[in-house]
Design a protein around this ligand. Sequence first.
Ligand code: URA
Length: 241
Amino acid sequence: MTIEEKQKIACFLDLAWDTLHSGYKGKQKEYDFTEKETAASSHFIQQCDSLEQIYKEIGACKNCQLSLKRKNTVPGEGVNNPLVMVIGEAPGADEDVQGRPFVGKAGQLLDKMLGSINLTRQTNCYIANIVKCRPPQNRDPHPEERSACIHFLHRQILLHKPKFILLVGSIAAQSLLNTKMPISKIRGKISEYKIGDLIIPLISTFHPAYLLHNEDQKRPVWEDLKLLRSRIEEFLNEKNE
Ligand code: URA
């Protein structure tokens, strides 16, 4: 049987990429996977995925140069199946040392922002970043670093199934929404984030680190937080009806 024939059968049977891959080691270059196979493969991966597996992979990841200088990976923390998943940019120095997201000055402000609308990482939020390792001197993560890492976040979203997503800062908003628009234009409204079978209401706002130096921007952030809270209230009321 030729490779093309096997490929067609695999496609017809919805075989996953991993099944093909292990069956044809050393010949992967000969495959030109169709969209259907790719979809089957991501379905397969999702079926077998777990938070433990993601944490394990993040801990061992060497897919980009950020892995070379990190002290710790920062996968994320909070409750499972949260009401809100908060997504920032990248770990900073404090986060790198502790292996926990948003624990420095910006993190303390983030906790206050969340607290103002009855959200905490201990009770109803999960906090993660676009990239899981600290960029040197806290520079913005490069596009290739973001794309090497983004599958971890996608998988975290798929498994956690948050009811809402809050993106803080331009890197988080631009990366997840796949746009180049400035955060000042993205913020202020609720949109829908679609991933797998999920449609999740999402809002973006300024990063707490930016607020530390731009106090006058606390007002628009408060407007964004109030908008998020009002949508959360609607959701909770509907659930209790
Ligand atoms: N800034 C971020 O975007 N994420 C962190 O975890 C800390 C600071």
